[in-house]
Design a protein around this ligand. Structure first.
Ligand code: FAD
Length: 352
């Protein structure tokens, strides 16, 4: 028998959709994905430490709450509570990415979501019922699908960059820029597009100054964004350079970055307390090619404002996979909720 709703993806969008769909008695089947570079069950937040901007989670004794809520058989997956964040002898910190995601997963499980630890590798949306193919299983038939597979940040691919992730290397200024480690320090943004200017401008609120490293002698950003960068006295353009190595130590994290010239053999080292990558994101939509409408960057195209409908009837999209603009956990949760409500109403309209 066909499923009511299959959810693909296990980030904030997937779990929020699952919570709403399971509370609506749709018994969702959620495929959470497997570990691959830049992808991981529980979504992108599983790559980060503290999440300070998810509403409802001020700093506090998060660990006690998480341990009371999350099933004991998954406590092994919880990272240690950060050291040095204590108040009255108790842990006192903002929720960590894995903790927040385990809480969302638990909430979905509590209402009856069924979870499969597999990737969907192929879909067939040519007719009803819709069909999805897990890597290690047979085709699954379903009346509706919610795609919540996210988008992964692009990195330079340097071993030193990998070594300093969460210790000064970030791909999200809005997420991390306000963290104490970056305050009042020189910071560096790599990239010359509109979003790089946005990231750099955001960072100037906290940073002593922001270097924008450009591969060429000009920016790719639109004229208005170029003007924004050049008129900000805290932003300094560093042209014709690429990052050669991220340097730092165990106590401070990132302390400087070595740059290489793109026009000659020169190298130089700039002292910075953080390196922010702004060289784009890649939506996880390869397995959907040819099955539904996407934009030129491969993001799923919503067909109507304030609705999560895709170009295929019964298929809905939520979170970063359909949003190359906001890319936040809370906006992903929001559209995950919307997709579940859209799916519920679609199924009700069909009498399913
Ligand atoms: C280092 C870092 C720090 C961040 N910090 C913050 C922060 O502090 N605050 C904030 O609001 N946002 C933050 N973000 C952004 C936030 O993580 C994302 O906006 C959010 O996770 C997007 O949620 P999502 O559910 O759309 O997708 P994702 O979280 O990307 O989850 C997608 C899921 O789908 C799975 N998947 C992919 N393809 C398949 C497939 N074919 N089959 C099955 N499963 C699949 C993946 O494994 C993954 O689990 C951060 C991002 C990063 C990388």
């Amino acid at each position: 028998m066909a499923e009511h709703v299959v959810i693909i993806g296990s980030g904030p969008a997937g779990w929020s959709a699952a919570i709403y769909a399971s509370r609506a008695n749709l018994q969702p089947l959620l495929f959470e994905g497997t570990t691959k570079p830049e992808m991981i069950p529980l979504g992108q937040l599983a790559f980060t430490t503290e999440v300070e901007n998810y509403a409802g989670f001020p700093a506090g004794n998060i660990r006690a709450f998480v341990e009371s809520a999350v099933s004991k058989d998954r406590h092994w997956n919880l990272p240690p509570a950060p050291k040095g964040h204590e108040q009255d002898g108790q842990p006192h910190y903002a929720v960590q990415g894995v903790e927040l995601m385990e809480l969302m997963k638990q909430q979905a499980l509590n209402f009856g979501t069924r979870v499969v630890g597999d990737d969907i590798v192929e879909v067939d949306f040519s007719g009803q019922p819709l069909r999805v193919k897990p890597a290690n299983g047979d085709w699954v038939e379903t009346h509706s699908v919610i795609i919540a597979t996210g988008a992964r940040a692009n990195y330079l691919g340097l071993p030193s960059e990998e070594a300093y992730k969460n210790r000064g290397v970030s791909a999200c200024a809005v997420c991390d820029g306000a963290l104490p480690r970056f305050r009042n320090k020189p910071l560096m943004v790599v990239g010359g597009g509109d979003s790089a200017v946005e990231e750099a401008t955001y960072l100037t609120k906290y940073a002593e100054r922001v270097y924008m490293v450009l591969r060429r002698d000009q920016m790719r950003a639109s004229k208005i964004m170029q003007d924004r960068a050049t008129s900000n006295e805290k932003i300094q353009l560093v042209k014709n350079r690429v990052v050669e190595e991220v340097l730092g130590d165990d106590t401070q994290g990132v302390t400087s970055v070595r740059l290489k010239s793109t026009v000659d053999d020169a190298t130089e080292e700039l002292a910075v307390g953080g390196l922010f990558l702004a060289i784009g994101h890649t939506p996880n939509t390869d397995f959907l090619k040819g099955q539904l409408e996407m934009n030129d960057k491969g993001y799923i195209r919503w067909q109507q404002a304030f609705r999560t409908y895709t170009s295929v009837e019964g298929v809905f999209a939520a979170g970063d996979v359909a949003d190359d603009y906001y890319r936040q956990a809370i906006t992903s949760s929001g559209t995950g909720c919307m997709a579940a409500l859209d799916a519920e109403r679609y199924l009700a309209g069909k009498g399913l």
